[in-house]
Design a protein around this ligand. Structure first.
Ligand code: N01
Length: 549
């Protein structure tokens, strides 16, 4: 039997275990769009979501100050002209509550909820070559069968709490920012410790500092941050974008970053006269946000160019810090942009507050949690609450959290033991009929992820359509194609300075995780062209088949 006939009316699954055409894991941006697209094709689809509601990243990351650093008008779906015209964003950069409200609106507007099972965490998935089916098991005891399984589990969804001795003995409350309580946390009058100074912490710290009686920031690595310069979205700007939305989206789809509003630099910093270079840096600084490193085309590729950008940013960002000793501790030591650039609202000014201290845990490492707080090699800090803004097991964490395997064949964990590889970031050789959205080897976290999600979802949907039209029901990435793609991903990354950094892009933040530069640096537009060419040529690098079911 091939995939259900396109003309068949969509039937709402009536009971768990019914064979589905597709099981989608995750109800974030990827899962919702998958459901919408595949359902329109007449496929029987169910979405399984671990959370208690839809939203993915924006469901879990409710920490104070959570906000997207891609502009709202671009960090949104483009698949429906009506949707993009009718939704009104309030800010230039939307905060988490507004993005979550948008996602809820999408789920309701397209009647998606009826095929989403909430509170349903997938733990096990096995493909049986004889039946051509995935058997998918959930933590709450469901077993489902489907021909295809699509992981829309997100790149930054597997929260990483440090393995800190004594944490269980801590008498206060502790939280991870990526798993924040739904009702929020009131830090008023509390002594709070924040561990970590990445993008998340840099957003949360200024807000927590205003509430808490005392705030101690435990910093291991000082990071670069550019002011976000969020403002209410002006009606004129909104109208201008909405008046030419198709064009803006087209630019986003074909440019390197997936953000139409980002500069595509044509000049090299090293070839630009000093006064002109300063003017451009100043312009990008005043524009704000993480597009800063796109001021010149050589910043992420040449150390000398990087140093020019780095010196500029350091002098600007630390100019607002009153205490020179604190400013020294806040000075990053690695090339700018080689770890994810941060964007902030008043982060560095926060260190001028009387109630805030910066604890240098690079010099004096965190040793343990105690009943009363945190202890570094130097001393104990008494705390009522600890906030771990310590990041994620990025890109592969949520995929490997599911025991994914083929009966009498490969399993994903063993396959990726020496590093994650996936052909086009979408399929891993040896695991048929399993797709990943924004998996390793795709632009994912180096891009406007909503643009990358839509691209991957459209490509997967077209692929399923192709299989159906040709009477096929199995597809698998070829090992040689996967290997060649991995080599290409490495080669492109190695042209830049990024693989040298100790970052989560390479898995360096997780002990024992193999070091592979995971995202594709070739850019969203180039990636799309490659994916489209492969599809057009009849899915080269993939083996397809019609098997008895
Ligand atoms: O996580 P991170 P994040 N002991 O991994 C420290 C996206 N995002 O949640 O660098 C002590 O960047 C760690 O120190 P070090 C964005 O893509 C987007 O902040 O390992 N410290 C680091 O300082 C981002 O990159 C937005 O030395 C420990 C911090 O914790 C990604 O999410 C907003 C430690 C972790 O930083 C992840 O950001 C927020 C330990 N054991 C996030 N372990 C926007 O769109 C880790 N650290 C704006």
């Amino acid at each position: 039997m091939a995939i259900s006939d396109a003309s068949a009316a969509h039937s709402t699954p009536s009971h768990p275990g019914e064979p589905f055409d597709v099981v989608v894991v995750g109800a974030g941006f990827a899962g919702l769009y998958l459901l919408h697209r595949l359902r329109k094709m007449g496929l029987d689809v169910v979405v399984l979501e671990a959370g208690n509601d839809v939203g993915g990243t924006w469901y879990w990351n409710r920490y104070p100050g959570a906000r997207c650093d891609v502009e709202s008008l671009e960090y949104s779906y483009s698949f429906s002209e009506e949707l993009q015209q009718e939704w009104k964003w309030t800010d230039r950069y939307a905060g988490q509550p507004e993005i979550l409200a948008y996602i809820h609106h999408v789920a309701d507007r397209f009647d998606l909820r009826r095929d989403i099972r909430l509170d349903t965490r997938v733990v096990d998935a096995e493909f049986d070559g004889d039946t051509n089916r995935w058997t998918i098991k959930t933590e709450n005891g469901l077993t489902l069968s489907s021909r295809f399984c699509i992981m829309g589990t997100g790149c930054l969804s597997s929260a990483k709490v440090p393995d800190l001795p004594g944490l269980a003995s801590f008498k206060g409350d502790w939280f991870h920012t990526g798993n924040w309580p739904r009702d929020g946390v009131d830090f008023t009058g509390k002594r709070v410790g924040v561990v970590g100074t990445g993008s998340t912490a840099i957003q949360a710290i200024p807000i927590i500092a205003k509430q808490a009686a005392e705030l101690h920031v435990f910093q291991r690595t000082a990071n670069y941050s550019i002011p976000l310069r969020n403002t209410p979205l002006s009606p004129e700007h909104e109208q201008r974008i909405k008046g030419q939305y198709q064009k803006v989206r087209q630019i986003a789809r074909t440019c390197p970053s997936g953000v139409a509003g980002f500069n595509v630099a044509d000049k090299a910093a090293l070839e630009t006269p000093a006064d002109e270079r300063e003017r451009i840096f100043e312009e990008r600084w005043n524009f704000g946000g993480v597009g800063f490193t796109r001021a010149f085309k050589d910043i992420l590729f040449k150390e000398e160019a990087n140093k020019l950008a780095r010196d500029f940013v350091v002098s600007k960002m630390l100019a607002v810090v009153d205490d020179p000793e604190v400013a020294t501790k806040l000075t990053p030591k690695y090339p700018i942009g080689t770890k994810r650039l941060c964007a902030d609202t008043g982060y560095f000014q926060t260190y001028n507050r009387e109630n805030v201290t910066l604890v240098d845990i690079e010099a004096s490492p965190l040793v343990e949690a105690t009943e009363k707080g945190l202890r570094t090699a130097e001393r104990e800090y008494e705390l009522d609450a600890i906030v771990f803004a310590t990041g994620f097991d990025a890109i592969t964490g949520a995929l490997l959290a599911v025991n994914m395997r083929v009966k009498n064949g490969s399993d994903l964990k063993s396959k990726w033991a020496h590093g994650p590889r996936a052909y086009l970031g979408v399929m891993a050789a040896g695991l048929p009929n399993l797709f990943m959205v924004t998996g390793p080897g795709s632009p994912s976290v180096l891009s406007n992820v909503v643009v990358s999600i839509e691209q991957h979802v459209d490509w997967i949907a077209d692929c399923l359509d192709y299989l159906r039209a040709n009477g096929l029901n199995r597809i698998e990435a070829e090992q040689a194609a996967e290997t060649a793609w991995g080599e290409h991903v490495d080669a492109v990354a190695n042209l830049s300075l990024l693989p040298q950094a100790k970052s989560w892009y390479t898995g360096a933040n997780i002990e024992g995780k193999p070091r592979v530069f995971m995202p594709y640096m070739g850019g969203v537009g180039v990636f799309r062209e490659k994916c489209d060419a492969i599809a057009k040529a009849g899915y080269t690098g993939f083996t397809t088949a019609a098997v008895a079911e």
